[in-house]
Write a protein that binds this ligand. Structure first.
Ligand code: BG6
Length: 507
């Protein structure tokens, strides 16, 4: 990797600096960028938070975070000490105007010392109720005026429905230009998710068959073993549709379904993605039960341990009707995808943690082999494993060695870890933070994308909220979700396919 051309001088202010995201994701990502020499020597991180902690204690906590969460493992003492010099903790009430005036002074001083334009990055790692206030204060202090170098990074959730997302967009766009806004969907920073673009558009082989003539249907599963942990109060108001489907899963649908971009210009890529969202058929409220299934986990067993049901989790209403699982069937009404179902599902407390996209191809038009030969026949499938193991698998039929003609499915595998064993794979946040520093918004959500995604899922959300489920909990922790999800796909003659990566099939 040639990192000789370093990034510009940069100052990052993290609001919510003493919170979980900073500790688990942001500082480990910045530390790895530092170790890989991406950061300019003139770099500074100001973490602001409400907690009363000394700088030393704060830095020690960040180091513990590196030891625990960094992909490189434990920090080396000298390297950490050199990096820690860039970080400062400031206890602050970020609703107060004074704080921003002080920040402005510091940033101006830093910029004067840098003797060149300084990237001024403001990262909102705070609960969403603070987004507007912080943005306003930044604007009032004149910190958003540099339309090229001042950038605002916003974590999800971006709104709680279409209306609130529009309101938030309007408020932010009153202060910042769209080009200054970086709405994060961390899935877009994942290596394997970015690889979907490489796979589709850097190879001549797949694009001609990437359409309704050859593809029968596409499935996307993002299953998580974890429950809602200590996030009960957030999750009760969110649920799976807001937490996963509106953002991560719809973004995966966009990447799978978009037209080839003319270039990797940020707006060109985002235009192509938003075209997909516009083409997805809006599910009518009266049809929601035919297209979407919800679930909530009850108690169950995971890896030999008994685990609680959702309603028994901390800060969760014992009669909660919040869904922790959803499966939805989408249709994309355009020339490429007409009639091809896209099934997506996601859930907490599922049997395994796995994110996988399966493309199932149409059967051969005429089966020439005798019935005995095709007893093990399976459709051609391409499986993109996103996590935990990263790779691509193509399943096709081969003749089993022997005197008789017998067909069996076999796999061709591309395994990321084996192929790139010597190259460390950056975490999603590394990619995304570097993009913010470099001013590349391709992997970030534009206002119209966020709104189009909300618009699509609003009928599901409102139908479910108007008619709370009387069957919850309806799946056991440690299972693959409610039976209804199997029925949703089975009634079209299919079944969910999850092929863990480590076991190639040679039947
Ligand atoms: C977050 C959700 O956006 O994504 C979490 O809020 C979820 O509920 C997480 O666990 C999943 O991300 P990853 O990277 O672990 O797949």
């Amino acid at each position: 990797m040639d990192t000789a051309a370093k990034t510009n001088p940069t100052i990052i202010t993290i609001f919510g600096g003493s919170g979980d995201l900073t500790w688990r994701k942001l500082i480990p990502a910045l530390y790895n960028l530092y170790l890989d020499h991406w950061l300019n020597d003139q770099f500074r991180i100001i973490c602001t938070g409400r907690s009363e902690i000394s700088n030393d204690v704060f830095i020690q906590k960040l180091k513990d975070g590196i030891d625990k969460f960094s992909r490189r493992g434990k920090a080396k003492e000298a390297e950490w000490e050199a990096f820690a010099k860039y970080i400062e903790y400031q206890k602050a009430d970020f609703t107060q105007v004074d704080f921003y005036n002080q920040l402005k002074k510091e940033i101006t001083q830093f910029e004067n010392d840098a003797k060149c334009p300084l990237n001024k990055i403001f990262y909102m790692a705070v609960p969403p109720q603070f987004f507007e206030t912080i943005a306003e204060r930044i604007g009032d202090a004149g910190l958003a005026d540099d339309k090229i170098h001042s950038r605002l990074v916003i974590e999800k959730p971006f709104g709680t429905d279409l209306e609130s997302a529009k309101k938030l967009n309007a408020a932010l766009l009153n202060i910042f230009e769209e080009t200054q806004l970086y709405r994060i969907d961390h899935y877009l920073g994942k290596e394997t998710v970015q690889n979907i673009l490489a796979f589709r558009f850097a190879n001549a082989l797949f694009e001609p068959i990437w359409n309704r003539n050859f593809i029968d249907h596409i499935q996307i599963t993002v299953a998580e073993k974890i429950g809602i942990e200590d996030r009960g109060s957030y999750y009760e108001h969110s649920g799976i549709i807001r937490d996963m489907i509106q953002n991560h899963l719809l973004q995966l649908v966009c990447l799978m379904a978009m037209e080839p971009p003319v270039s990797f210009n940020p707006d060109e890529v985002r235009n192509k993605k938003v075209d997909v969202l516009h083409a997805i058929r809006k599910i009518k409220k009266e049809d929601v039960h035919d297209f979407a299934v919800r679930g909530q986990y009850g108690e169950g067993w995971l890896e030999g341990e008994k685990v609680k049901g959702y309603r028994q989790e901390t800060s969760v209403d014992p009669d909660s009707t919040t869904p922790t699982f959803a499966a939805v069937k989408f249709f994309i009404d355009n020339w490429r995808w007409s009639g091809v179902p896209f099934y997506v599902r996601s859930g907490k407390r599922m049997q395994q943690s796995i994110s996988v996209i399966t493309i199932e191809f149409k059967p051969v038009p005429h089966q020439s082999f005798p019935t005995e030969a095709i007893q093990n026949w399976q459709p051609n499938r391409m499986v993109l494993n996103l996590q935990p193991d990263m790779g691509i698998r193509l399943r096709f039929q081969a003749k089993k060695p022997g005197l008789q003609m017998q067909l069996t499915p076999v796999d061709m595998l591309f395994n990321y870890h084996d192929t790139y064993a010597s190259t460390g794979t950056p975490e999603g946040y590394e990619t995304l933070l570097l993009d913010v520093i470099e001013g590349d918004a391709t992997l970030f959500m534009r206002a119209d994308q966020v709104e189009a995604a909300w618009e699509l899922i609003m009928p599901i959300l409102s139908t479910w909220e108007d008619n709370p489920s009387i069957n919850f909990p309806n799946y056991a922790a440690g299972s693959y979700g409610p039976e209804g999800a199997e029925t949703l796909i089975a009634k079209d003659g299919h079944n969910w396919v999850v092929m863990p990566f480590e076991k190639p099939v040679h039947e």
